[in-house]
Design a protein around this ligand. Structure first.
Ligand SMILES: *Cc1c(COP(=O)(O)O)cnc(C)c1O
Length: 411
């Protein structure tokens, strides 16, 4: 049982704009995914921190039983700070220095390497530390090249055709490969494409005698509007579980099946609430301008993502067409030709699916402050990040005296 977060009261108390996350939705999604794969004996779900890295969200994931998928040493540190044990954190960076990998190693997290030269160097230095390898199966999942990372031109992963080279490095360095991983892209629309990529990964997996887990990454699509297509998780769970169990039986070893969902767990749990500053009638449209912009929510401008917009101050108002825009001095359109209940200046608009890749991509562009974040948990409002203040903009800035009399420090 769960009621909606009291958006208006939250905006009154913590100010608009504000991000609101419903913990109940996060746990429901987590349990749905877990349940879809209930027939797999050893299942591990690592939440992808980059989707939403608020410490309280990480703690909630930890409480639900999830591990974490991290892409930077800073995300690793956030995960540890949230109380997640290093062995439940997988670190899957791309293009980072060997020093950063060494730091991750010293923190004790599972390292996932996606480059042959790094694998060779790491294997020579630390043959005793088992690592996972990220394989690019060259399968195109979804249609958007910006969020599809398994294709031939992708910078991610080691090509499936280079497995012989991985094996050579393993033989020469005596390092151990304990996992194989793929992450094909952000939108699995067709589970047959995903299962096809999985077969390629299974084949690669047969070459590694120290294997403990197979990580199928993520890319679960969530609905953004009514009747939108989403990844059929239950069907995928049924089919992949059966295939995975058969594979374990064939190789005579009980492996762990892993996933790293980000969007699936947090997207729908989040709502961004912003206030309408101006309603502006032009010769061709009516703009509703909110007290926010791509500094707070950039997905529509970056990827053309759809975020459903509702007027929560006047839900029964007569529907009219609006272009909802931000206050940034650049084009920042959240949505064009949206049918929204009649908007008056001062109304609060709710942007749905704002739990993933929204706050975590926010910036201070135009020297604007980042909004607060709130978690709606067990019927209570918890402030989990304060709205920034002007002091935050100054933090780290060194105010140099550039007058002629000032003594210049030479390097
Ligand atoms: C971003 C990312 C994910 C999460 O992707 P979603 O589409 O948010 O589920 C998982 N694994 C890796 C390696 C990633 O980079």
């Amino acid at each position: 049982m769960s009621s909606q977060p009291p958006f208006e009261a939250i905006a009154r108390k913590h100010g608009a704009p504000v991000y609101v996350y419903d913990a109940h939705v996060i746990s429901a999604q987590y349990n749905r995914l877990k349940n879809a794969f209930r027939k797999v004996e050893h299942l591990k779900l690592h939440y992808a921190v980059k989707a939403n890295s608020n410490l309280s969200v990480l703690r909630l994931m930890h409480q639900l039983g999830a591990g974490l998928d991290t892409v930077s040493i800073e995300e690793v540190r956030l995960g540890l700070r949230a109380g997640v044990a290093p062995e439940n954190i997988i670190y899957t960076p791309n293009g980072v220095s060997i020093e950063e990998l060494e730091e991750a190693r010293s923190l004790g997290v599972q390292i996932n390497i996606d480059n042959l030269s790094v694998l060779e160097l790491f294997g020579q230095r630390y043959p005793e530390t088992p690592v996972c390898v990220r394989i690019n199966p060259h399968v195109m999942a979804g249609g958007n090249a910006n969020i599809s990372v398994g294709h031939i031109d992708s910078k991610f992963g080691i090509s499936i055709h280079q497995v012989p080279h991985i094996l050579r490095i393993v033989e020469l360095t005596k390092m151990r490969i304990n996992g194989v991983h793929m992450h094909t892209g952000s939108d699995i629309l067709d589970i047959d494409v995903f299962l096809h990529a999985s077969e390629i990964l299974f084949e690669a997996a047969t070459h590694f005698k120290d294997l403990e887990f197979i990580d199928f990454g993520s890319g679960f699509k969530v609905p953004y509007k009514k009747d939108d297509i989403e990844t059929p998780i239950e069907e995928l769970g049924e089919k992949l579980s059966e295939r995975f169990n058969a594979f374990c039986e064939k190789i005579g070893k009980p492996l762990t099946l892993s996933f790293e969902p980000g969007k699936f767990l947090v997207s729908q749990a989040g709502t961004f609430v912003a206030k309408v500053n101006v309603v502006k009638q032009t010769t061709s449209t009516v703009f509703a301008g909110v007290d926010s912009g791509f500094n707070h929510l950039m997905r529509p401008m970056l990827y053309g993502s759809y975020h459903h917009i509702e007027n929560i101050s006047n839900p029964k108002g007569k529907p009219r067409f609006y272009s909802v825009v931000g206050y940034i001095c650049e084009t920042d359109t959240f949505g064009s030709n949206r049918q929204i209940a009649e908007i008056t200046e001062g109304d609060l608009l709710a942007f749905h699916n704002a739990g993933a890749y929204c706050f975590s991509m926010s910036s201070n562009y135009n020297s604007r402050l980042r909004p607060a974040e709130v978690l709606w948990y067990n019927g209570e409002v918890h402030l989990i990040r304060s709205r920034e203040t002007f002091e935050d903009l100054l933090k780290g800035q060194v105010e140099v005296d550039l007058t002629a009399e000032a003594k210049v420090e030479t390097v």
